[in-house]
Design a protein. Structure first.
Length: 119
């Protein structure tokens, strides 16, 4: 459920990123929105977040790229073993370049996270 106001907030977040991170974040954003079009997109905790019956996922700038995080990531199957967590953070995938983006895999994780929230 994307409305213009919350989409503008995410656009504003993206505008604060350096070009290389913004490019990665824009691709991840499109994967998330295409995976489950009815997700609520907003900025919470100063991060672009996606909700459906609770928090699903987020993306955030990191030192060397961006993170795609899942609030219930510890409950997700992760056959690629890409989800990492440290210092109590929700499990996330580190994305440093376009080569790190796996559209089909990210789509699968987003949909699985939505399914967790439905049950």
């Amino acid at each position: 459920m994307r409305n213009r106001t919350t989409a503008n907030q995410v656009d504003e977040y993206l505008d604060t990123l350096p070009d290389e991170k913004r490019e990665l974040a824009e691709v991840v954003r499109q994967i998330i929105l295409a995976a489950v079009p009815h997700l609520e997109e907003c900025v919470r905790w100063d991060l672009p977040c996606y909700f459906f019956h609770g928090p699903v996922c987020y993306f955030a700038s990191s030192r060397s790229g961006i993170h795609l995080g899942f609030f219930r990531g510890k409950e997700l199957a992760d056959p690629e073993k890409r989800l990492v967590s440290r210092d109590g953070q929700p499990p996330h995938i580190k994305i440093k370049s376009m080569q790190d983006i796996q559209s089909a895999y990210f789509t699968e994780l987003v949909r699985a996270a939505v399914t967790l929230n439905r049950t």
